[in-house]
Design a protein around this ligand. Structure first.
Ligand SMILES: Nc1ncnc2c1ncn2[C@@H]1O[C@H](COP(=O)(O)OP(=O)(O)OP(=O)(O)O)[C@@H](O)[C@H]1O
Length: 366
């Protein structure tokens, strides 16, 4: 289904941002500390964060609990204010905005939440209509727009149902329709799929991708879930203890992580870690001998590389292999057991000379 077919008042194709367009969001050396309470020290939630969210992008911020993700997003919708540094929305410094200025600014921002935040006493239609009614839209226009938004998110048949009568995925579709009601330029997603099962998560992420592609809405999402980033984002920032430790394209960050935390997320993304039986046979650090476990990361020509590995026969025993795609590009991770007496690492490296193939020693095992 094409979104453009069903949403009125939209151009045939979203206007592509001009090459020199200001980022949708720019954090410039932003720090945020929550004030001290009852003798406790202030809580530093964000420290010297600089990050840009390009217009038209789907940008993800991933980090463990307490890293500062919610704080980051709350700075964008004005629910919190930076302690220092500058936050710009579409080029405009929002630091000095008054409360009424924020009310206007928030009309260009849509927001969806982990627990949907629907009004339980209102139907799906009424929930989506609410922001339009608050904005003073006439009734006939509200009706036309809400009907089309419900069609867009695929739940027209549930228009008169109350939230309690909807599944989690359907509630989030209502949440997305409501967030789009005022035709925002950016959609903020706060752990928007964390309460959903994997299949429903995928369908919601696909809807978000469609919204981005066809309506040109920039999406900034925060999550602690790798599959979300892998499925939908163009670029990712890794947040740890209030600091951005890595940013880049999703493919680059997860195939060539530069920090330990991004490497942990990368292992989660690829699903390849040392299996328990090999972990049990791991030799103490410094102890050598036995066999070597290597992790071979393959970007690009995965089939060619696998064929070369297979040609080594028993000297290179493949323990696990996963071929996947990250951000739409082929990517593979192979764990193999090498017998260094018959297949030294140098020979393995010579057989896979492509710089997109990374070979690392993971452990020595008995
Ligand atoms: N209103 C507040 N007052 C005081 N401290 C706060 C407040 N909100 C958040 N914090 C603290 O700021 C830090 C960052 O919190 P934040 O909620 O932004 O992290 P998060 O990455 O979103 O975590 P989670 O994934 O668990 O929601 C944490 O140490 C948290 O305890």
């Amino acid at each position: 289904m094409s979104l453009l077919r069903v949403v009125p008042d939209l151009p045939d194709t979203p206007a592509a941002p001009a090459p020199d367009a200001a980022p949708a969001v720019a954090f410039e050396h932003v720090s945020k500390a929550y004030p001290a309470r009852r003798g406790h020290a202030p809580v530093p939630a964000l420290r010297d964060v600089s990050l840009t969210v390009p217009q038209g992008s789907i940008t993800g911020v991933i980090g463990p609990s307490g890293a500062g993700k919610s704080t980051l997003i709350r700075l964008v919708n004005g629910l919190e204010h930076a302690s220092s540094g500058t936050v710009r929305l579409f080029g405009r410094d929002v630091g000095g905005l008054s409360e009424s200025g924020w009310r206007r600014e928030r009309r260009s921002i849509g927001m969806i939440f982990q627990h949907f935040n629907l009004l339980s006493s209102r139907t799906a239609f009424q929930n989506v209509a609410l922001p339009l009614a608050i904005a003073g839209e006439p009734t006939d226009r509200i009706k036309a727009r809400v009907d089309r938004l419900l069609d867009l998110v695929g739940i027209s048949d549930k228009r008169d149902r109350y939230p309690a009568e909807l599944s989690g995925g359907q509630k989030q579709r209502v949440g997305i329709a409501r967030a789009l009601a005022n035709d925002p330029r950016i959609l903020l997603c706060d752990e928007a799929t964390s309460a959903l099962d994997p299949e429903t998560t995928l369908s919601i992420l696909r809807l978000l991708r469609q919204v981005n592609a066809e309506l040109g809405v920039t999406i900034l999402l925060i999550t602690h879930e790798i599959p979300v980033i892998k499925e939908v984002c163009d670029q990712v920032a890794v947040l740890e203890a209030g600091q951005i430790v890595e940013t880049g394209s999703v493919f680059e960050v997860f195939t060539r992580p530069a920090t330990a935390i991004a490497a942990r997320f990368a292992v989660a993304a690829t699903g390849v870690d040392l299996p328990p039986d090999l972990e049990a046979r791991r030799l103490a650090p410094g102890q050598t001998g036995g066999r070597i476990v290597v992790r071979i990361t393959l970007a690009g020509q995965t089939g060619v590389a696998l064929a070369r590995l297979a040609a080594f026969g028993p000297a290179c025993e493949i323990v696990s292999a996963r071929i996947d795609s990250i951000a739409g590009r082929p990517f593979g991770v192979v764990l193999a057991l090498l017998d260094p007496a018959t297949l030294p690492l140098t020979r393995l490296r010579a057989a896979l000379p492509d710089p997109r193939f990374a070979i690392e020693e993971v452990a020595h095992v008995a």
